[in-house]
Each structure stands twice: as C-alpha cells, then as structure tokens.
Design a protein around this ligand. Structure first.
Ligand SMILES: Nc1ncnc2c1ncn2[C@@H]1O[C@H](COP(=O)(O)OP(=O)(O)OP(=O)(O)O)[C@@H](O)[C@H]1O
Length: 307
C-alpha cells in the first residue's frame, strides 16, 4: 500500500535548511496496523504529513496505492485527500466543529465530498462506542469522546488509509486502550490500513509491527513474536520486550544506522573497521586508536540473534 524509497524532505526558511527526512525507506502493506516511534524531531510528523498529502516531499519516491505523491498535481492531491486517506491528530479541534452534534460532525465531510450517507455516519459512531451521544453537541463531550468522534470523521469518506498522529496524546490510559481497541476493530472489520505515530510505548507494544525513526531515517523495526497475542493482555508495558523482536533496518544499498550510544561507548567517530567471520559482522574502533582497543561491538547480519 505504501512505499517510501529514499524519501527526502527539506524545509527551507530564509537561509536555514532543515533536512527532516534524509532518505527514508519504509514499506507498509495494505491492511496493516502498525506504529511509528521516534524521538522528538526525528521526522515522524513530517512523514505522516507527506503520506496524508498535507506536505510535499522534496525528493525520493513515495507511493500510496496507485498515487505517486512526488508527481501528483495539486488537483489530484485534493482528490487523494478526499477519497484515499483519513487523518487523526492529537489536537482534534482541527477536525471538529464544537456547535454541531457528533452526528452532524460526521455527516459534514460526507456532504462536502458528495457521499452523504446518514446511516453510515450513525454506524461509524456506533463503531467508536458513541451511539448514545449522536445528538450531543461536541462541546458537551469529554476529550476522549471527542477523540472518538474524530476517528469516526476520519473514516467518513471510507478511506483505505488512516493516519493517526499521537491519537492518544491527550487522553488517559483507559481511553487510550479504548482507542487502540477501536483501531484494531476497524482494521479487522473494514480492512483499513492504519499508521499510528506515537510516543506511547505501551500503545506501540500492542501492534504487530513498530518502526523506529531516527534522524529522518528508519533505524530499526520491532516485530511481534506471536501476532495472535498482540492487542490482548499478552503484551504489557513497552514494546521492546520479550514479545517483540528487534531488527536493524538496512536500505537497498546495505546502509544501516548504528545507534549513537554504541558509537559513543566505543568512541568511534568517522571511521571504523568491519570484519565478517562467516556468522557475524563486527564493527570496531580502528586499531590505530589503541586507547579504545579490546572493546568490540557486534552488528549482527543474522537479524539480531546473538551467537
Ligand atoms: N514547517 C517546518 N519548517 C521548518 N522545519 C520544520 C517544519 N516542520 C518540521 N520541521 C523540522 O523538521 C524536523 C522533523 O520534525 P517533525 O515534526 O517531523 O518531528 P517529530 O518526530 O514529529 O517530532 P515530535 O515528536 O516532537 O512531534 C525537526 O527538526 C523540525 O524542527
């Protein structure tokens, strides 16, 4: 469904250039429910905004279904946003009109896109557990309920792709669990592909695949060992535990990101040596720097399994 290959985004303001994405690669299958994590400023929102057609890529490839988002015209972009993609933000005020009811809020985008379907609007609100709040004005709903209305709205135009930027950022953990449960149900029942950007590691731990972004590139991936346990009580706490296996991501040219902490620990800067012993690839500080001799860091070519 989604392919990003060498995706670059550069923000230019006055004389300053910020490289927010520097050759990012990611592949997301149709029907997947996955999460993207990363430190503040790593490029998560930039990626999501590009996938949502809210921002233009600078270079590289980015395809969503049949749409090529690098070459897409402004007119096609309107079409894309209207029919292919749905968006949920942490601050749902961007999606909602406070003086309209929950139902009217869901019906409005349907009217704007010429797909008015009041029965479907009701069904969406039922799916998010708000059938008893259809006729309440938005201002009468709690933050968590408003966020659930925002989820219903994001699906009003039957998008194939749902993008959620910190969807649980401003709700309590009980509501966060409920929202994740809604995503799981929508993903299963409607087959919508769902990409969640989150800081919430317990939420990330409940999806099958988590991709970590560092400095505008994908750095590692965490895959659930037992997909059947995902979303149940089988996974608790953070995702980087026994339930998920971590893989380092290599791009097509074989490049990978070595975590800064590892490089700092071995005081590697600029250059390193690399050896292959038939089983492992070892990256070491150069021998010409005796002060660092003896320590070694393994970068496994076998998917991260220690030997
Ligand atoms: N409109 C913009 N103009 C200039 N620089 C920007 C713009 N938007 C983002 N950036 C910069 O691009 C980089 C990536 O930002 P982005 O918002 O994608 O990070 P993020 O991982 O989503 O961070 P956070 O978790 O704090 O939301 C940052 O250095 C940010 O300052």
């Amino acid at each position: 469904m989604i392919t990003c290959d060498g995706l670059v985004k550069i923000y230019k303001s006055d004389e300053v250039e910020v490289v927010a994405l520097q050759g990012l690669n990611i592949q997301i299958d149709a029907g997947e429910l996955m999460a993207i994590i990363g430190n503040s400023g790593s490029g998560k929102s930039t990626l999501l905004n590009i996938l949502g057609g809210l921002d233009r890529p600078s270079a590289g490839q980015v395809k969503v279904g049949d749409w090529d988002l690098l070459k897409i015209t402004d007119k096609q972009l309107v079409e894309y946003k209207r029919h292919t993609v749905g968006f949920i933000w942490q601050n749902n005020a961007r999606n909602l009109v406070s003086y309209l009811t929950a139902l009217e809020n869901v019906e409005m985008p349907m009217m704007l896109s010429g797909k008015y379907d009041p029965a479907y609007a009701k069904q969406l609100l039922e799916w998010v557990g708000l059938s008893h709040r259809l006729n309440n004005k938005l201002q009468e709903l709690s933050g968590g309920e408003q966020q659930r209305v925002a989820i219903a709205i994001s699906l009003a135009n039957r998008p194939r792709l749902l993008l959620a930027d910190e969807p649980t950022g401003s709700v309590d953990s009980k509501t966060a669990d409920m929202i994740l449960h809604i995503f799981q149900r929508l993903n299963k029942e409607l087959g919508v592909t769902i990409v969640i950007v989150t800081h919430d590691l317990s939420m990330a731990g409940k999806v099958g695949r988590v991709v970590a972004i560092r400095d505008g590139m994908t750095s590692s991936e965490f895959i659930a060992r037992s997909p059947s346990l995902v979303g149940t009580n089988g996974i608790s706490g953070g995702f980087a535990n026994k339930d998920h296996e971590e893989f380092v991501v290599l791009d097509r040219a074989g490049r990978l990101q070595v975590p800064k902490a590892y490089l700092n620990a071995l005081q590697i800067e600029g250059k390193a040596t690399m050896e292959f012993d038939g089983e492992k690839i070892m990256i070491k500080a150069p021998k010409a720097m005796p002060a660092y001799g003896g320590k070694e860091m393994n970068s496994h070519a076998d998917g991260g399994k220690s030997k």
